[in-house]
Design a protein around this ligand. Structure first.
Ligand code: HEM
Ligand code: HEM
Length: 229
């Protein structure tokens, strides 16, 4: 695609399909696990409760494994650059911190659940097909402390998710940038295309400037860094 004397700059603007698939499938599964955990914890002991707990533990361990793979993928592949227009420095710091904590919790929550469940001394199976090893020796006090931590970390996750979702919605509906679109399964980052001016070697990186003239309500062509149209 050509734009006056400029060529489109090939920059990675969107999350890759693997990152998107992992983000949304895990988001759904984690929310389901919170509901399942709260539900099962309030049931009276029975064979059905035991089986539901086994399912909770199996899905939880699967999610922990996926979180490790996702983190590895993130380190290897990286992520698109954070969009900064219209955001304050502290908001970017908070958003970054929330992402780091979300990764930590996606691993920490199941890990402490596993430690706590191990300390109960009860047998656990992975989807009924293999034993889950007990990694902490049985001890009532330790079990209670570890499962309280599991519980507390879940509340922390819920709080951080509220911030995370509020941030994503603010960017989409108030700042109207491409942050949410570039994470959506079929979203695109069309409005963040960069253009390189071959004469001046300058790059237009205005994320919120509509690229087509017809998209602008002021009838102006988007400007390059040096003010040329
Ligand atoms: C993403 C992973 C996980 C999430 C989001 C999650 C979430 C929860 C939640 C919300 C509760 C209810 C807490 C309460 O209201 O008391 C719970 C309870 C529990 N979870 Fe998990 N869990 C996960 C993974 C695991 C794993 C891997 C294990 C063990 C291998 C586990 C073992 C338990 C146990 C034993 C309880 C009962 C705690 C109690 O009786 O106080 N969880 N979980
Ligand atoms: C359990 C639920 C969720 C978890 C654990 C989670 C976790 C994360 C993490 C760790 C990232 C950083 C990705 C990276 O750069 O490596 C991220 C990005 C993102 N998430 Fe979520 N998320 C969840 C739910 C949601 C929901 C419901 C929304 C939408 C309203 C959302 C919108 C986004 C967006 C737009 C990004 C990209 C942020 C950016 O590029 O700066 N997430 N999420």
């Amino acid at each position: 695609m050509r734009f006056r004397h400029g060529t489109q700059v090939a920059r990675r603007e969107s999350y890759d399909p693997v990152a998107k698939a992992l983000h949304w499938s895990m988001a759904l599964a984690i929310l389901g696990m919170i509901v399942l955990g709260i539900y099962v914890s309030r049931l009276s002991p029975s064979m059905r409760t035991f089986r539901l707990f086994d399912l909770h533990k199996s899905i939880g361990l699967t999610l922990m494994l996926l979180a490790c793979l996702r983190l590895l993928w993130r380190v290897v592949r990286g992520a698109p650059e954070t969009l900064r227009d219209g955001t304050k420095a502290w908001e970017l710091v908070v958003a970054h911190l929330v992402h780091v904590l979300l990764y930590a919790l996606m691993i920490g929550i199941p890990l402490f659940g596993w430690f706590g469940a191990s300390a109960s001394g009860l047998p656990m199976t992975f989807y009924g097909i293999a034993d889950i090893p007990r990694v902490v020796p049985p001890n009532k006090e330790r079990q209670q402390a570890l499962l309280q931590l599991h519980d507390f970390l879940n509340w922390l996750l819920i709080g951080l998710l509220a911030l995370h979702v509020a941030g994503a919605l603010k960017r989409h509906f108030v700042l109207r940038d491409a942050t949410l679109r570039r994470m959506l399964p079929f979203g695109d980052a069309q409005q963040q295309v960069g253009f390189k001016d071959e004469k001046t070697n300058s790059t237009l990186q205005e994320h919120r400037v509509p690229c087509r003239l017809s998209d602008r309500n002021d009838g102006q062509r988007p400007k390059l860094d040096d003010g040329k149209v």
